[in-house]
Design a protein around this ligand. Structure first.
Ligand code: HEM
Length: 393
């Protein structure tokens, strides 16, 4: 397969199903190169890591969207993500990120351990002998945890789950008209919900993240809403995919599952290797703000760069024998959470959820096994399953 064919395959259902052979071909072609449509693709671990931190590269922000899609504000799903910190650049990004980081602290995340364990235990206890792991566990856990953090009542969780799922599609480069319509509706409904929640917390603050963010005077009203929606959406399907992908990896490797069951303290290394081996987020996009020199190659202002996180994580120059799952490999530092200014704000929470969930699942359901062919969600950016059939005897 030549590299052009390999690159094209990533935009087909078959290529998305298993993009790793194509990544190998395009990485072997070059650590970065310009495709026929003018976009640059970056494949090596070293260069992806470096460019994530490159100040000359920016996220596409509201001003960029005004240029290439004047009507974007009318789709409230798109608008909530574009107005969030994910698609904002300095100086606004610096201010908003600082406010969010000051409330979403390591202490607050560490304080969630018992809540995560309690929710995970309840879900495992109520999982039937034959179940779809995605709907029984991988979807409800992250939504339950983020709702607890934001102070959203338990009864509203299913409602949030559907809205978050509908909105997530805006993170993909390709979507249907109907998907975009649902994202718009979800955006409107979430904005309304958070407007009410913020007003309630301003009247009577609680110990939750919504109260803390609402009290922070550094955010405008629109920024507050957009970033509350982002916290819900950014941490939802991503963490769901980490749980589903990770469980499949473990159940297909009983000897590794047995090691983790016997030594739950191995969980951090296992979770890092799961993140590396099959990243829940496969790419990050950036634009050159000004002419940029990358290893002697001139990149024109306005050029789009696609940083292939999934390809970087399987770069043999960084990880020998990269297609082998090996939690004992030294120095696992996947780029699955991005890097630089936009480094995932929720990484400690996602890691904690997975580190708590896998040992609990293996301990409480020692005979858990795969019970049918998992079905992948056909997406390029967010990689995971729609169904993962499991069984216990
Ligand atoms: C940003 C991945 C879970 C909140 C990012 C980015 C990646 C990522 C790759 C950077 C995107 C870019 O540079 O363009 C993941 C993965 C997760 C996960 C793989 C789970 C396994 C979470 C959770 C939350 C969260 C649980 C919060 C509850 C955010 C936020 C940003 C972000 C707020 C934007 C940061 C900024 O722009 O400064 N995430 N994420 N993520 N993530 Fe996550």
């Amino acid at each position: 397969m030549d590299y052009q064919t390999a690159l094209g395959s990533l935009f087909t259902p078959e290529g998305r199903d298993d993009p790793y052979p194509a990544y190998d071909v395009i990485r072997a072609h070059a650590p970065f190169f310009q495709a026929l449509d003018g976009r640059w693709f970056v494949t090596s671990h070293e260069l992806v890591s470096r460019l994530l931190r490159e100040p000359g590269l920016r996220a596409a922000d509201a001003a960029d969207y005004d240029g290439f899609w004047p009507g974007w504000r009318e789709n409230r799903g798109v608008a909530s993500i574009v107005l969030s910190m994910l698609q904002t650049n300095p100086p606004d990004h610096t201010r908003v990120r600082r406010a969010a980081a000051a409330t979403f602290t390591a202490r607050r995340v560490a304080g969630m351990r018992d809540v995560i364990a309690a929710q995970a235990t309840e879900l495992i206890e109520s999982m039937p002998a034959r179940a779809d792991f995605m709907s029984a566990f991988a979807y409800p856990l992250p939504i339950g945890v983020i709702c607890a953090l934001l102070g959203i009542p338990d009864a509203d969780r299913p409602w949030f789950r559907q809205r978050a799922a509908d909105l997530t599609v805006v993170l993909e480069p390709i979507s249907t008209e109907e998907e975009m319509r649902l994202a718009d509706v979800a955006g409107r409904e979430l904005e309304d919900y958070f407007t009410g929640l913020v007003a309630a917390r301003r009247r009577a603050p609680r110990e939750d993240l919504t109260s803390a963010l609402a009290e922070n005077g550094d955010l405008t009203g629109a920024e507050l809403l957009a970033n509350l929606v982002l916290l819900l959406v950014a941490g939802f399907e991503t963490t769901t995919n980490l749980l589903g992908t990770g469980l499949r990896i473990l159940l297909e490797r009983p000897e590794q599952a047995a090691r983790l069951r016997a030594g739950p303290e191995l969980a951090p290394a296992f979770v890092e290797e799961i993140l590396r081996y099959d990243s829940p987020v496969q790419l990050a996009a950036r634009f050159a703000a000004a002419p940029l020199d990358v290893d002697g190659v001139r990149i024109k202002p306005g050029s789009e760069l696609t940083l292939l996180l999934g390809a970087a994580n399987r770069d043999p120059a960084r990880y020998p024998d990269p297609h082998r799952f090996d939690p004992d490999r030294p120095g696992i530092q996947p780029v699955s959470f991005g890097g630089g200014a936009h480094y995932c704000l929720g990484a400690p929470l996602a890691r904690l959820e997975a580190q708590v969930a896998f040992p609990l699942l293996l301990a409480m359901r020692p005979d858990l096994r795969l019970a049918g062919e998992p079905e992948r969600r056909d997406r390029l950016v967010l990689r995971g399953y729609t169904t993962l059939p499991v069984a216990t005897s």
